[in-house]
Design a protein around this ligand. Structure first.
Ligand code: DAH
Length: 345
């Protein structure tokens, strides 16, 4: 081979090499190009192997051309490598990018059970008058559920509560939240403003308006000089907050062994506004709670001196209130866990 041919072949090799480098699209193919052109058995080495056949004075010139070709290819390889690296980085960043402008994935939100919701609303209203929520146990002693509340064993007043007894003598499922009054009085010094929401149990035949399991909220206020007028004012404020400002209310005489005097507290029927309908048994009124002035015997059983302290108490049915708030016609739905019902709240 003569000088001219060799120079031309080197120029061709450079052109072909540059093109191969430019069209390599990933690190592996770029490496293959490098090996093919610049490797130990690559094209450049092979071509330069022919240098020995040239006259001695031409050899350095070919060597210089060969070096320039090597340098050009090496520079191109480096450039291409950098391009491929940054393209790979771009691709990774694009792939991993978080688009913070996308709407979030909605997650399923539950809602409060209507009874819990109603209990909280009751607590919120009485809370504005300084009443604090306490909790009593669901399994009670006969003493606190009855005797301390002025209902002795075998007293006919027990017939007011159809009771579920436990296997443990002297223990039962509380029939009302009133035993909570005893807990609070024994543990708290007056002034007392307590609210005791909770589940109660009675041995009842279940129908649309009776369950063997239901909820009550007990209220208890004890202080010096507490009067029935305080009770009346508080209950009116509660009824108006719960059922609207204009809703008429009334006290009727009632009987409970643990209060004297005792009353039933009625609100005008929220279904017919007093005209008379099946919901209010055509009376125009609905009883939402029982109440009265705490009996001196009960105060004493709670460890308080009835000469010094007076108090009032009330017990309202959460289920009843919830029925009126939401227009529900069967209390059994509260405990059936039917999502079609529960999802409406
Ligand atoms: N414990 C009564 C019941 O379950 C309701 C009640 C009436 C509670 C009068 C009271 C009250 O605190 O003063 O029927």
């Amino acid at each position: 081979m003569d000088l001219e041919t060799l120079s031309a072949r080197l120029a061709e090799l450079q052109a072909a090499g540059l093109e191969a480098i430019a069209s390599a699209t990933d690190p592996a193919s770029l490496e293959a190009v490098q090996v093919a052109y610049l490797g130990r058995r690559g094209e450049l080495k092979t071509l330069l192997g022919g240098i020995g056949g040239l006259p001695a004075e031409d050899r350095p010139r070919v060597g210089a051309i060969g070096n320039r070709v090597r340098e050009a290819l090496e520079a191109a390889l480096q450039g291409r490598q950098a391009e491929l690296d940054s393209a790979a980085l771009e691709a990774r960043l694009a792939h991993e990018a978080v688009d913070v402008t996308l709407p979030g994935r909605p997650f399923r939100r539950g809602s409060l059970h209507p009874l819990i919701e109603t209990n909280r609303e009751i607590a919120r209203i009485f809370g504005q008058f300084g009443f604090v929520v306490y909790e009593g146990p669901e399994v009670e002693t006969d003493v606190r559920n009855f005797q301390a509340l002025n209902i002795p064993p075998d007293h006919p007043a027990r017939d007011l509560w159809d009771t579920l007894y436990t296997d443990v003598p002297g223990h039962l499922l509380r029939t009302h939240t009133s035993p909570g009054q005893i807990h609070v009085m024994q543990q708290t010094a007056p002034p007392i403003r307590a609210l005791l929401p909770g589940r109660c149990f009675r041995y009842e035949a279940v129908d649309a308006s009776h369950g063997f399991e239901f909820f009550q909220v007990e209220g208890l206020m004890v202080d010096e000089g507490t009067t029935m007028a305080d009770l009346r004012g508080l209950l009116d404020a509660f009824a108006h907050a719960m059922f609207g400002r204009a809703r008429p209310t009334r006290f009727r005489p009632g009987y409970y062994p643990f209060t004297e005097p005792s009353v039933a507290f009625d609100v005008q029927c929220v279904v017919c506004d007093g005209a008379g309908c099946p919901s209010c048994k055509r009376t125009g009124w609905m009883t939402i709670l029982g109440a009265g002035m705490v009996h001196p015997v009960v105060l004493r059983n709670g460890g308080l001196d009835p000469e010094r302290y007076q108090g009032f108490a009330f017990g309202l049915g959460t289920d009843r209130i919830a029925i009126l708030r939401y227009g529900i016609n069967d209390i059994r739905m509260f405990l059936e866990n039917d999502l079609r019902f529960l999802e409406q709240f």
